[in-house]
Design a protein around this ligand. Structure first.
Ligand SMILES: Nc1ncnc2c1ncn2[C@@H]1O[C@H](COP(=O)(O)OP(=O)(O)O)[C@@H](O)[C@H]1O
Ligand SMILES: [Mg+2]
Length: 358
């Protein structure tokens, strides 16, 4: 591809897939947004909602990694990633949206070099991408009480999103002057787990305001007729549920797309376990290699780890590490090969033994 052409959404997604397993819809939306952004077009902001450990932060990091590996693209759009909490703290101190712009400007300076003119740096910052992680932490109320940091942080973001005239004081290194900047070209991608949202929407459509909306489906299993409620958040989530959660209507209206990340399947967990570079499995392999040993897990052993992890659905893929620690701890403590050529072979039996309670 030539330096001047813009990668298509599909080309971008194919690269992001090397880091993110599953989550096809989120990768599609993200790739479309990024492709448009890199082409200099205007792009709607994106909100990603998904349970903890389903890959929200991983998607953001994959985009950062994608750009970092392609300097000619990275120069077209400066990226910063921040925790919504930090934004909340800054908002309370009164810096509001300025802190975000400052970060973009600093990052642009790192990218383009300190000798670059302020005008150039500003235009770079005004076309940046801002990832706001854990955006659910800036809800406007928590258990019925107003949450000031959250309210202020949402307001701070509102001053930036789609705003053509944001008052901004340049940092000292840039002269400290006050000016107005157009931040409407910044792409915001926010992500959060919104814990409790699933339950509150389920309640709304079963016993709450819209009681009876979710109808039981009749299934026949082993000759028995049973009625089941099949609930998927994506089928029922409405803007009001997010307002009730504590995201203000004004704030939400700034997002063109809300993407729900799916809970990971056992097969996806297996792929995350085997293929991602920082997985517990890869870390253990490196450890055994450093001791001159080769770790081999049978497919049944791997599936057993993933199945156990899938049971802890509040942790998502993070459960893989925790489960695998329990399995591998004992072998790492006193590494002894049990197979040919210094290999350590773990089969279903070893995993079962390690996971047995007590
Ligand atoms: N879809 C995924 N693809 C690849 N790795 C994932 C995925 N989801 C989670 N992980 C792994 O699980 C861990 C937690 O994922 P993370 O993206 O931080 O979750 P969260 O959705 O809570 O931000 C990371 O180590 C990451 O490598
Ligand atoms: Mg995260």
């Amino acid at each position: 591809m030539s330096e001047n052409s813009t990668p298509s959404p599909k080309e971008i997604a194919d690269q992001l897939k090397k880091r993110v397993i599953g989550q096809t819809e989120a990768l599609q939306e993200m790739s479309i947004a990024l492709s448009k952004k890199l082409a200099g077009l205007s792009v709607g902001n994106l909100l990603m909602i998904g349970s903890s450990g389903t890959g929200k932060t991983t998607v953001m990091r994959a985009v950062e990694g994608y750009l970092a590996a392609r300097p000619h693209l990275a120069l077209r759009s400066t990226v910063v990633r921040m925790h919504a909490n930090v934004l909340g703290e800054e908002a309370v101190k009164g810096h509001s949206g300025e802190a975000v712009l400052r970060r973009l400007l600093d990052r642009a300076r790192e990218q383009l070099g300190p000798e670059t003119g302020v005008e150039t740096l500003l235009s770079q910052a005004q076309n940046g991408i801002v990832f706001v992680d854990e955006v659910d932490k800036i809800r406007s109320h928590i258990s019925g009480e107003p949450h000031t940091t959250g309210i202020r942080a949402q307001e701070a973001l509102l001053t930036l999103i789609e705003n053509e005239a944001v008052p901004f004081t340049l940092p000292a290194w840039a002269g400290g002057k006050m000016l107005t900047v157009d931040s409407s070209g910044i792409l915001f991608v926010c992500g959060g787990a919104f814990e409790g949202l699933y339950d509150s929407v389920f309640d709304r459509v079963t016993v709450g305001k819209d009681r009876g909306a979710l109808k039981p489906v009749t299934t026949v299993e082993d000759g028995m007729v049973t009625e089941k409620l099949v609930f998927q958040l994506r089928d029922w989530l409405k803007s009001e549920d997010l307002f009730d959660y504590g995201m203000s209507p004004q704030f939400l209206s700034r997002f063109d797309a809300v993407v729900l990340l799916a809970d990971l399947t056992v097969d996806e967990l297996i792929r995350i376990f085997l293929e991602t570079p920082d997985s517990g499995y890869q870390q253990a392999r490196s450890f055994f290699e450093s001791r001159g040993m080769h770790l081999v897990l049978s497919p049944d052993a791997v599936r057993r780890v993933a199945t156990e992890a899938a049971r802890e659905n509040r942790l998502g893929a993070r459960a893989l590490k925790e489960v695998f620690r329990r399995v591998i701890r004992h072998f790492e403590f006193d590494p002894k090969p049990n197979g040919p050529d210094g290999s350590l072979l773990l089969d279903l039996q070893e995993v079962e033994e390690a996971l047995r309670p007590g």
